[in-house]
Design a protein around this ligand. Structure first.
Ligand SMILES: Nc1ncnc2c1ncn2[C@@H]1O[C@H](COP(=O)(O)OP(=O)(O)O)[C@@H](O)[C@H]1O
Ligand SMILES: [Mg+2]
Length: 477
């Protein structure tokens, strides 16, 4: 061996000292940052470039556990994980306030130092050289762009309510979804039935946007929200001068606006009998007549109707036309309430929470106890109610976990009833439980209309309110 190579190959104390000096010099003149931890994760060396980057003094860093200085350092993981591979030029996301200049990313290389297959230390290198910073900047911009497009894509897909965004894994639900898909390639009238909040509108949208009519309008009209005397002109439009206060030039009705597309007649069960007759004619003739005109206008519109009412019962009570019912229910899709497809409860809870976490860049989870309560509840307001409950709990949870305390009291009370031991309870409490359930059931059937609920139960409205308060039924009518 000649003298030139001796320095690096011989390890007598004198040579070691020289080696250390060389090592220190390399560290000192390097543009890049170097940080070394021992096998326990404590910082044993850091160079000037790295200290400057962090805005800290070397003496305040040496001897500290690495995550005390760099909170999200991956070096501890590297030390504890035998299979951890050296990472070269990877992007490290810097936490807010980590550097005085508030950089967001750095390009780093991390490597374990091994002796006889045992990790004795680890080295982290941050690349500050001009080119890599430029690269990091570019990557950062690209990453931001990517995040933006990901969100945008999701938003667009959601707006369009594609079948892919209809979630549900229970057997019953999958069957319903298959049935709904049968409505895509034809123009048959669809009747969607199911309690409030089960997703009738979601299905109506999905069918429209999957059908050949997707580039034409999807027009919704809520038959329950429009006074009966206005419903006809809303649906079919009117001609100029047809009544006092009529707009100059007349007005197009929803059927005309939906031409080539789909009209969604929501809450069809609330449609007055006389309008039902007119609608039936439109469905048979495929043409409309505007208010104040006798000139029929041909229309090309697909009709999807929805109701949370039992139409057969309404037919029996003479409040719904049987012939219209058979016109509408060419394809009838009945969406079961959430309580009859319990596998979907947790799925929805996670789904809505994921949406919030993504939107606000958080990582809130649901505790096991809270999940159990959600699973036990009867969900009279179905998916809509579940969504509201999750949103409310998300806002209330100050830590990263949703606990029972963040759930509405009526949900907690109901869950206690179902899970506690029946034999331990007095008859009075058992009766209250049953009363509560009956009232919630009738309320949900009536879309939380207290007047109707009281009538159905044969009690006065004020009695119903009192009972609801006593039984802790917090739903507003
Ligand atoms: N299967 C589903 N997948 C995703 N979201 C759903 C589903 N069912 C219902 N929702 C959500 O629940 C809420 C109520 O749905 P909606 O279609 O308005 O119910 P309905 O018309 O039956 O009262 C909406 O926010 C909707 O996005
Ligand atoms: Mg609806």
């Amino acid at each position: 061996m000649n003298d030139k190579t001796k320095l690096t190959n011989d390890c007598n104390p004198n040579e070691l000292k020289k080696l250390k000096l060389i090592f220190n010099k390399i560290m000192e003149i390097s543009d890049d940052g170097f940080l070394i931890v021992n096998d326990k994760g404590f910082i044993i060396e850091i160079n000037k470039a790295y200290c400057e980057f962090l805005g800290l003094k070397k003496k305040d860093i040496i001897g500290k556990y690495v995550t005390e200085i760099i909170k999200n350092s991956k070096l501890p993981k590297l030390l504890s994980d035998k299979n951890y591979k050296t990472e070269v030029n990877v992007i490290h996301k810097l936490l807010k306030g980590q550097t005085p200049t508030n950089e967001k990313y750095a390009i780093v290389t991390r490597a374990p130092v091994k002796e006889d297959n045992k990790t004795i230390a680890a080295v982290g290198q941050v690349k500050f050289s001009h080119n890599t910073m430029k690269l990091a900047e570019k990557l950062q911009n690209l990453d931001m762009e990517l995040q933006y497009y990901k969100k945008e894509l999701k938003r667009l897909a959601k707006d369009r309510y594609s079948f892919n965004n209809i979630i549900g894994k229970s057997k019953e639900f999958i069957k319903i979804k298959e049935l709904a898909k049968k409505a895509i390639n034809n123009d048959f009238t669809v009747l969607l039935t199911g309690e409030t909040g089960t997703g009738k509108e979601v299905f109506a949208n999905a069918i429209h946007y999957a059908s050949r009519r997707r580039n034409k309008p999807f027009i919704r009209i809520n038959c329950a929200a429009i006074p009966s005397e206005l419903l006809e002109s809303e649906l079919f439009g009117y001609v100029e001068g047809s009544f006092t206060g009529a707009r100059r030039g007349g007005k197009k009705g929803k059927f005309e606006l939906a031409d080539g597309g789909t009209i969604f007649l929501d809450e069809i069960g609330e449609m007055p009998m006389q309008m039902q007759a007119k609608l039936l004619r439109v469905l048979q003739e495929r043409e409309i007549e505007k208010v104040g005109s006798y000139k029929p206008i041909p229309i090309d519109v697909r009709v999807i109707a929805a109701t949370n009412k039992n139409l057969r019962e309404k037919i029996r009570n003479n409040t719904f036309r049987e012939d219209l019912y058979y016109r509408l229910n060419v394809i009838e899709i009945n969406i079961p309430p959430l309580r009859n497809r319990r596998e979907d409860i947790e799925l929805f809870a996670d789904y809505f929470l994921d949406e919030l976490n993504e939107k606000y860049e958080t990582n809130v989870k649901i505790s096991k106890e809270a999940k159990k309560v959600l699973n036990d509840y009867s969900w009279p307001g179905n998916v809509r109610e579940l969504k509201n409950v999750i949103e409310r709990a998300y806002v209330l949870a100050d830590e990263d976990i949703i606990l029972n305390a963040h759930l509405p009291t009526n949900i907690l009370t109901e869950s206690k009833i179902q899970t506690s031991n029946v034999t331990n309870k007095s008859l009075e409490i058992l009766m209250e439980d049953i009363e509560r359930r009956i009232i919630i059931d009738v309320l949900s059937r009536n879309n939380f209309n207290c007047r109707k609920t009281a009538k159905d139960l044969g009690i006065h409205r004020s009695t119903l309110y009192k009972k609801m308060e006593r039984l802790n039924i917090k739903r507003k009518c």
